[in-house]
Design a protein around this ligand. Structure first.
Ligand SMILES: [Ca+2]
Ligand SMILES: [Ca+2]
Length: 232
């Protein structure tokens, strides 16, 4: 059961921003299944039929742990396989092409979590050994957000330099979603020892979920309403 923080006042209708961009700069792995990123402008907005290219990766950085989704930090692909290859820095290139199949793969989850050094034990949701890296290591994943329930449909994978740390209140946050992800999230997962909280409005306002690891269904109160997210 989730605790809901009731908002006071009128909730402003948040239009999908329809970001029009070129593919993000940078070397992304190019698995054969989907070598080319697609621009955010080619993706649909909420309520339209799902086109190809709905699997996006958001690149969070230590220097900017709080972001607004934009072309500067987001790259989208036609398959989940390609998105996970990007998000893991090329460490995992054989994730299933669709999310529902991928999330039924417990070994895939283990491998994603293994990116976070020493972070395999999530029994208490935390790991003592997760901390800023001293030496270069592969990118981590803090969470994946899904368009539909049961981890289906399009996806947004949030890549980070390291997982969530015990001594940090909020490790990463997105203050404003955009494109099709805004008001579309129906299920989610976390990795790297992170918990996630979803908020109805931008800037962490309005109703919210509680801090959770994952959910196959965000619940009727928050379904297709999330506009900002925090990981801790
Ligand atoms: Ca949805
Ligand atoms: Ca919203």
């Amino acid at each position: 059961m989730r605790f809901l923080t009731m908002s006071i006042g009128t909730v402003a209708a948040l239009a999908a921003l329809g970001v029009a961009v070129a593919p993000a700069v940078g070397a992304s792995p190019s698995p054969s299944a989907s070598p080319s990123p697609v621009s955010l402008s080619s993706l649909n907005t909420v309520g339209q039929a799902s086109p190809a290219g709905r699997h996006c990766v958001v690149h969070l950085t230590a220097s900017k742990p709080s972001i607004v989704l934009s072309s500067e930090n987001t790259t989208c692909y036609t398959t989940f396989t390609a998105a996970i290859a990007d998000a893991t820095g090329g460490a995992i290139t054989n994730a299933p092409a669709d999310t529902a199949t991928a999330m039924a793969d417990s070994d895939l989850k283990r491998r994603i979590n293994a990116l976070n050094q020493g972070a395999l034990d999530q029994t208490d949701g935390r790991t003592a050994s997760v901390r800023p890296t001293k030496t270069p290591q592969p990118p981590n994943v803090v969470g994946i957000e899904y368009e539909h329930g049961n981890w289906g449909g399009g996806s947004y994978t949030f890549q980070s330099p390291y997982g969530c740390r015990k001594d940090v209140g909020v490790d990463y946050e997105v203050s404003s979603l955009s494109g099709w992800l805004n008001n579309a999230i129906s299920s989610y997962e976390t990795y790297g020892g992170c918990w996630v909280m979803h908020y109805e409005n931008e800037n962490f306002k309005g109703n919210s979920t509680s801090w959770e690891h994952d959910s196959s269904w965000i619940g009727a109160d928050m379904n297709d309403k999330t506009s900002s997210i925090r990981w801790s």
